[in-house]
Ligand binder design. Structure first.
Ligand SMILES: Cc1cc2nc3c(=O)[nH]c(=O)nc-3n(C[C@H](O)[C@H](O)[C@H](O)COP(=O)(O)O)c2cc1C
Length: 155
């Protein structure tokens, strides 16, 4: 099974978690590739009118893990636009994760995951599971290892 980890990361937290999930999956003998969604300019100044630079394709993968930061108590608009505009996900197994700053997941984390889930299901992807990790300056919250185990254990 070929797994794609497709993420948007503005300041590196989501990328760091993606890399750790990738290491866990590779240890289990799976083929994994991490691809970043990037924008042409500062995404914080784009509102909902996102100009993309790199738009990873879903086609090469049997399973995809999508990762995004929480912005404004919801899904970051870059991931929202990417998932809205992307092609079909029929037959693909999907996992989702978000990173955020505020430790309480009911302040945006669950909302962002539920938005991602709806967008993925609208493309006929099958969501197997999800995880949320809060991130302070000193690093990720303690549940990070559990989230990595849970997500990598889905495949
Ligand atoms: C514009 C903006 C809005 C944000 N809004 C929230 C928020 O509502 N709740 C939260 O917990 N963190 C919020 N954050 C913090 C990010 O979600 C958090 O730092 C995340 O880990 C960043 O991921 P990245 O380093 O991959 O870009 C916000 C950050 C930015 C830049």
């Amino acid at each position: 099974m070929k797994i794609g980890i497709i993420i948007f990361s503005n300041t590196g937290n989501t990328l760091s978690l993606a890399e750790r999930i990738g290491v866990a999956l590779k240890k289990g003998g799976l083929t994994v590739r991490t691809e970043q969604i990037t924008t042409d300019g500062d995404p914080q100044k784009m509102g909902d009118n996102i100009k993309f630079k790199n738009i990873p394709k879903a086609d090469p993968y049997d399973a995809i893990i999508f990762g995004s930061p929480v912005w404004a108590f919801s899904l970051c608009p870059v991931m929202k636009e990417y998932l809205s505009e992307m092609g079909p996900l029929k037959g693909k197994k999907i996992a989702l994760f978000t990173t955020k700053m505020i430790p309480f997941h009911w302040m945006g984390g669950y909302n962002a995951i539920s938005k991602m889930k709806k967008l993925v299901e609208a493309k006929n992807g099958k969501v197997l599971g999800s995880g949320i990790v809060a991130w302070k300056k000193k690093g990720p919250a303690k549940n990070v290892d559990e989230v990595i185990d849970n997500i990598s254990g889905l495949f």
